[in-house]
Design a protein around this ligand. Structure first.
Ligand code: DC
Length: 234
């Protein structure tokens, strides 16, 4: 691909869970030599911390204790060449696998809806993107974290297609869950993510929309690279 790689920009990718955002972000970052930040992994790491410390009990989050613990939660990323993407670390421990399980998935939306959690994460994310040359995926990147991002994508697919993708991923990791369970989790997260008071999942007015329900990965990648090329050579 011929493009002007001198100009470093911020690329924001938002969209629904399991819409393929992270695959797109990872591909783009590799292609451009950019840093890829998976902000969902950050909210997942906070959730894992809360679960491990017993801050979620009897179906309730101990918000005061979690807020007090925030300064003790250190999240970082280290590139894993084999996986071709960064691994997530929580207080120095690699937790990439732990944060993708069903228990964390069940609790991450309510945790990500907490204002004090969001403010802390957004601050970290803005610091990570200060030098540009970054592809960041999440729910509020183009609207709240980097409203001035040079390129914004909003990715979606039907809940059924997304549930099937998520089920395939979980089964590949040996988790035994049913399609119905995963579909319910996908719909529940969509609902919480889009209706929460703090930075709800919303399409930025200047985002390019991609519904990939019926698109192959190759077609999606070609479309994506074309958009980037147009932007970079502009
Ligand atoms: O992308 P994901 O499924 O790993 O995200 C996990 C949860 O975190 C999801 O319920 C939405 C939330 N999230 C968010 O609120 N803001 C972000 N920037 C990224 C994720």
């Amino acid at each position: 691909m011929i493009m002007n790689k001198q100009k470093k920009i911020v690329i924001a990718i938002d969209g629904h869970s399991s819409s393929g955002k992270s695959t797109m972000a990872k591909d783009l970052a590799r292609e451009l030599g950019y840093v890829y930040i998976d902000t969902g992994a950050m909210y997942r790491a906070v959730t894992l911390y809360a679960l491990r410390k017993g801050l979620i009990r009897d179906g309730k989050i101990d918000e005061a204790a979690l807020e007090a613990a925030l300064p003790d939660i250190h999240i970082s990323f280290q590139f894993n060449a084999e996986a071709g993407r960064p691994d997530t670390y929580l207080n120095g421990e690699k937790v990439e696998r732990e944060i993708r399980g069903m228990e964390v998935s069940d609790w991450v939306s309510p945790i990500a809806a907490l204002g004090f959690v969001r403010r802390a994460m957004v601050e970290k994310q803005q610091a990570m993107g200060k030098e540009k040359g970054i592809v960041m995926d999440g729910r509020d990147i183009g609207t709240a974290v980097f409203p001035d991002a040079e390129l914004k994508f909003f990715v979606t697919a039907s809940p059924e297609v997304r549930a099937q993708r998520r089920l395939d991923e979980l089964q590949a990791k040996g988790e035994t869950v049913s399609y119905d369970e995963v579909l319910e989790n996908v719909k529940k997260r969509d609902y919480i993510d889009s209706t929460r008071a703090e930075s709800p999942l919303r399409q930025a007015p200047d985002a390019l929309v991609l519904d990939n329900s019926h698109m192959t990965l190759a077609a999606q990648k070609a479309w994506l690279m074309r958009q980037v090329q147009l932007k970079m050579n502009n």
